[in-house]
Ligand binder design. Structure first.
Ligand code: SAM
Length: 271
C-alpha cells in the first residue's frame, strides 16, 4: 500500500535518496540503527562462517557485506536498486582487498536476480520497511534461500495506526517509517513466505540513538558552510521537523527496531 504514490515512484525515490551525498553525510557508512555493531551481532546470530554464501538484500553502501566477508570469511553478494551505491560498494570492496569474496549488483528485492536456493543465508537490514510489496519481497528472500538456510532481518517496527500524518507521506516512506510494520506483522510475512521465525530481539535503543544522532547532525550542518554544502538539496528545516516527529514516536514507544531470524525448513527425504 503506497497511498497516492505508485510503487515504482516510491522505489525510485528511496534508491535516489539513499545514494545522495546528504544521506552519507548524515548517516555515515551504514544506513540502519545499531550500525555495524548490530550487523556483526546479526552475523554471529546467523552463525556465518567461511564457505557460506550470503545475500545482503538492499545492501546500500555495502558496509555490511564487507563486514561479513572480513569478519566471518563468507562469500557475500549485495543487491540494491541504487546504481551509484552499487558502484561505490564495488569500489569499496576492491579497496578493501575483498573483491574476490564480495560482489554487488543492481536489482529489485521484489524480483531478485538469483536462482532458487542459491544462498545459505540472506540478510535484509532496515529495508523491508521500504518495499511496497512486502509479501512478494518476503517470498523472494525465501525462494533464494536453500532449504535449511536462515534469514536475518532487522527493521523499524511501528505500532499500527500510531504515526502522525506528517510521517506517512513519501518523506516518511524514505525515512523508513511510513510503511514500517509491527514485529508480529513482520513475523507473519515471513511465515506466509514459508519461513519459521526462530528468534526475535528488540533493539529499540538503537533507533533512539540513531534519530538523536540525525537530529544533532542536521543542526550542526545547518550552522556551518561546509555542512550546508554537504547537505545541498536538502530542506534542513523540513528534515529537522521530520526528525522531531520521529523522536517523539520513538520516545512514546510507537516506533522501535527489531531483529528476526527465520529458518527455511530443511527438505525431508522422500521415503
Ligand atoms: C535504509 S537503506 C538500508 C541500506 C543497508 N541495508 C544498510 O543498512 O546500510 C534502504 C536501502 O534499500 C534500498 N532499496 C529500496 N527499495 C529497494 C528495492 N525494491 N530493491 C532493492 N533495494 C531497495 C535503497 O536503495 C537503500 O539502499
Amino acid at each position: 500500500m503506497t497511498g497516492p504514490n505508485p510503487p515504482e515512484i516510491v522505489k525510485a525515490c528511496c534508491a535516489t535518496a539513499y545514494q545522495s551525498d546528504a544521506v552519507t553525510a548524515i548517516l555515515g557508512d551504514s544506513y540502519h540503527p545499531g550500525g555495524l555493531a548490530l550487523s556483526q551481532h546479526l552475523g554471529r546470530t546467523l552463525r556465518l562462517r567461511p564457505g557460506m554464501r550470503v545475500l545482503d538484500v538492499a545492501a546500500g553502501p555495502g558496509s555490511t557485506a564487507l563486514l561479513f566477508a572480513a569478519e566471518f570469511g563468507c562469500e557475500v553478494v549485495g543487491v540494491d536498486l541504487g546504481e551509484r551505491n552499487t558502484a561505490r560498494a564495488r569500489e569499496a570492496a576492491r579497496q578493501a582487498g575483498l573483491a574476490d569474496l564480495v560482489a554487488f549488483r543492481v536489482g529489485d528485492a521484489e524480483q531478485l536476480p538469483f536462482d532458487d536456493a542459491s544462498f545459505d543465508a540472506v540478510v535484509c537490514e532496515c529495508a523491508l520497511c521500504t518495499f511496497p510489496d512486502k509479501p512478494t519481497a518476503a517470498r523472494e528472500l525465501a525462494r533464494v534461500l536453500r532449504p535449511g538456510g536462515r534469514a536475518g532481518i532487522t527493521d523499524i517496527t511501528v505500532t499500527p495506526g500510531a504515526l502522525p500524518r506528517e510521517l506517512t507521506d513519501l518523506a516518511g516512506w524514505i525515512a523508513c517509517l511510513a510503511d514500517a510494520r509491527s514485529l508480529e506483522q513482520y513475523a507473519d510475512l515471513l511465515t506466509a513466505a514459508g519461513l519459521q521465525t526462530t528468534a526475535i530481539e528488540r533493539h529499540d535503543d538503537a533507533l533512539r540513538r540513531m534519530v538523536e544522532q540525525i537530529d544533532a547532525r542536521l543542526r550542526a550542518y545547518r550552522m556551518t558552510t561546509r555542512g550546508a554544502l554537504a547537505l545541498s538539496g536538502v530542506d534542513t528545516d523540513r528534515a529537522l521537523a521530520l526528525a522531531a516527529q520521529a523522536q517523539r514516536v520513538v520516545r512514546d514507544g510507537a516506533a522501535g527496531y527489531a531483529l528476526l531470524i527465520a529458518d527455511k525448513p530443511a527438505e525431508t527425504p522422500k521415503s
